[in-house]
Design a binder for this molecule. Structure first.
Ligand code: G3P
Ligand code: MG
Length: 243
């Protein structure tokens, strides 16, 4: 049987080769052949959705403190590239809308919700997505499965995915527990067996394991029949898939 190649999902863009979650990182991922990108979101004090992995600014910018305690006007001024390399000095934390402007329609954007912020994130994200009207191109995932359930209930058009690291007894059956339609499973790449993924794909679920960077792990994922691979090195995965 012919199994289609998994899609290449650039983790935080091309986080292995550019400062994660910046426009430079997303542009590089697309340039290297990623058909999708993954990014992480938080919300500022004044309600802007920004793209950053950590809830604080310390690791990836020249600022510090919690994102949710600061105004967008201040966060906007920070450097988010120099920590990675001098070459990327001047990169900023992008708004989610700026990433959507960069990514062409038809390229999947996997938006990972890091925190619920007492419901503020869901409200802001749903308003943003309604305005953007690109439901075809978006899948929202989170380790917080209650957030995912609420988002899907509030917006049935939205595609939602479950992010998790535990090796569940029955991955596909777990997805059914949510009692809303789940589009994709995003398991840690070490925490599932081939049989689990066969059951999931038979149920029509997409399977996007994270974060896979080694050639031997690419091979293991391909053999498991996953639908997409989340990687820090989209170019490396592209070259591997083409061999
Ligand atoms: O969405 C997959 C992956 O990004 C989840 O973990 O910590 O890299 O956001 P993390
Ligand atoms: Mg993430």
């Amino acid at each position: 049987m012919h199994t289609p190649k998994p899609i290449i999902i650039g983790h935080r863009g091309a986080a292995g080769e550019a400062p994660e979650n910046t426009l430079a990182s997303f542009a590089l991922a697309l340039e290297q052949g990623a058909q999708a990108i993954e990014l992480d979101i938080h919300i500022t004090k004044d309600g802007e959705i920004v793209v950053c992995h950590d809830e604080t600014l310390d690791r990836t910018t020249n600022g510090s403190g919690l994102i949710c305690n600061q105004q967008w006007a201040d966060i906007q001024r920070l450097d988010a590239g120099a920590w990675f390399s001098e070459k990327f000095k001047g990169e900023r934390i992008p708004l989610l809308s700026e990433v959507f402007d960069l990514v062409p329609e038809g390229t999947l954007v996997n938006v990972e919700v890091k925190h619920a912020y007492e419901g503020r994130m869901e409200k802001a994200l749903l308003a943003f997505l309604q305005e953007a009207n690109r439901y075809e191109d978006v899948v929202v995932s989170s380790f917080d499965h209650k957030v995912i359930q609420r988002l899907k209930r509030a917006e049935p058009e939205l595609k939602v995915g479950l992010l998790y690291a535990a090796n569940l007894i029955d991955h596909a059956a777990y997805a059914k527990l949510l009692e809303v339609e789940v589009y994709s499973l995003h398991p840690h790449h070490h925490s599932f067996d081939r049989a689990d993924m066969a059951l999931a794909t038979a149920d029509g679920l997409a399977v996007y394991p994270y974060t896979v960077n080694e050639l031997s792990d690419y091979q293991r994922m391909i053999e498991a029949g996953v639908t997409g691979i989340i990687t820090d090195f989209p170019g490396r995965l592209k070259a591997y898939l083409n061999t």
